[in-house]
Ligand binder design. Structure first.
Ligand code: ATP
Length: 267
C-alpha cells in the first residue's frame, strides 16, 4: 500500500518536473508595432505556457488586437520576435502557424456556406485527419446539430460565435487565440463556452491567449493576466490575487485604475 502511494507520488513529481521543462507554447520578445507616428505596441514581452489561459487586458486602443494580429501573422511587427512552439514566426511562417487557431467576432466565416461546409473547408485547409468525425464531434460539442445545414450568414451572432469557436478547435491547436470570444453570448452559453475552453486548455498541451473586457469572466477563466496600456504591459499576475496586491477590491477596480492612471502603477 505504502509502495503504491510512493510510486504515485514519484510519477506525479516527474510529471510536474516535465511540465516545468516543457517550452512555452507562445513566446513574445520585445514586440513593437508603429503605424506612422502611432506606437500601438511598445516593447511587449510575455509567454503562454502549456495548459495555461492568459488574459490580455487593457482599455480600448491599448494594443491587444494589434498584438494578436502580429501573433497570427496578419500584421508584420516593426520589431521583436514571436515564437510558437519554439518556431520563429518570421522565419518559418507556415510551420509556426499550422498549430495555431483563432476566433473573434470580427473574423466572420463565409456567410453563404453552411456550418458543416465551413468546418469542412477550414478542416481541409488545416489538413485535419478523419475530418468527418472531427466535424461531428465539434458540431455536438458546440450545440450546433440543428444548424448543421444552415448558412452561417443566417445565424444569430451568438450562434455564429459558437461556429467560430468550433472552427478554432478543428486542428486541436497548440496555441488558441481568442479575441473577446464570449462578447455576443448570453450568460448561460458564455458559461458553457468558458468551461469548454478551460477543458480544452487542460486536456492536452495547448495554451490560450484570451482578450476580454468582462472582468468577472477573466477572473473565472484566466490563470494569469497581462494588463496592457498604451502598448506596454504594466501589470502581470494571478487575477484572483492581483487586485489585493495593488490595494483594490476587485479586478474591475484595478482595470479602471490602469485605464485612467497608468503611470501610478509603473515602478
Ligand atoms: P479595443 O479594446 O478597442 O479593441 P485594442 O486594445 O485591441 O482596442 P488596437 O486595435 O490594437 O487596440 O489599437 C491600438 C492602437 O493602434 C490604437 O490607438 C489604434 O487607433 C491604433 N491603430 C490600430 N490599427 C491602426 C491602423 N491600421 N492604422 C493606424 N493606427 C491604428
Amino acid at each position: 500500500m505504502m509502495n503504491g502511494i510512493w510510486l504515485s507520488f514519484q510519477r506525479l513529481a516527474l510529471e510536474m518536473m516535465e511540465a516545468d521543462l516543457m517550452p512555452a507554447t507562445l513566446s513574445v520578445i520585445n514586440l513593437r508595432k508603429h503605424y506612422g507616428d502611432v506606437t500601438a505596441v511598445d516593447g511587449v514581452s510575455f509567454e503562454v505556457a502549456r495548459n495555461e489561459i492568459v488574459g490580455l487586458l487593457g482599455p480600448n486602443g491599448a494594443g491587444k488586437t494589434t498584438t494578436i494580429n502580429m501573433i497570427l501573422g496578419v500584421l508584420e511587427p516593426s520589431a521583436g520576435t514571436i515564437c510558437i512552439e519554439e518556431v520563429d514566426l518570421a522565419r518559418h511562417r507556415s510551420r509556426a502557424l499550422e498549430r495555431t487557431n483563432f476566433a473573434a467576432v470580427y473574423a466572420a466565416l463565409p456567410g453563404n456556406l453552411t456550418v458543416a461546409q465551413n468546418l469542412r473547408i477550414f478542416g481541409m485547409l488545416y489538413g485535419v485527419k478523419e475530418l468527418s468525425t472531427r466535424i461531428r464531434e465539434l458540431i455536438e460539442q458546440f450545440d450546433l446539430v440543428k444548424f448543421r445545414d444552415t448558412k452561417y450568414g443566417l445565424l444569430s451572432s451568438g450562434e455564429q460565435t459558437r461556429v467560430s469557436l468550433a472552427k478554432a478547435m478543428l486542428n486541436e491547436p497548440s496555441l488558441l487565440l481568442l479575441d473577446e470570444p464570449t462578447a455576443s453570448l448570453d450568460p448561460a452559453t458564455a458559461r458553457e463556452i468558458r468551461s469548454q475552453i478551460r477543458a480544452f486548455a487542460l486536456q492536452g498541451t495547448s495554451g490560450v491567449l484570451w482578450t476580454s473586457h468582462n472582468m468577472y469572466e477573466v477572473e473565472d477563466v484566466c490563470d494569469r493576466v497581462l494588463f496592457l496600456s498604451h502598448g506596454k504591459i504594466l501589470l502581470e499576475g494571478d487575477p484572483k490575487t492581483l487586485p489585493r496586491e495593488h490595494g483594490k477590491a476587485t479586478l474591475e477596480d484595478l482595470f479602471i485604475q490602469v485605464a485612467r492612471e497608468p503611470l501610478t502603477l509603473q515602478d
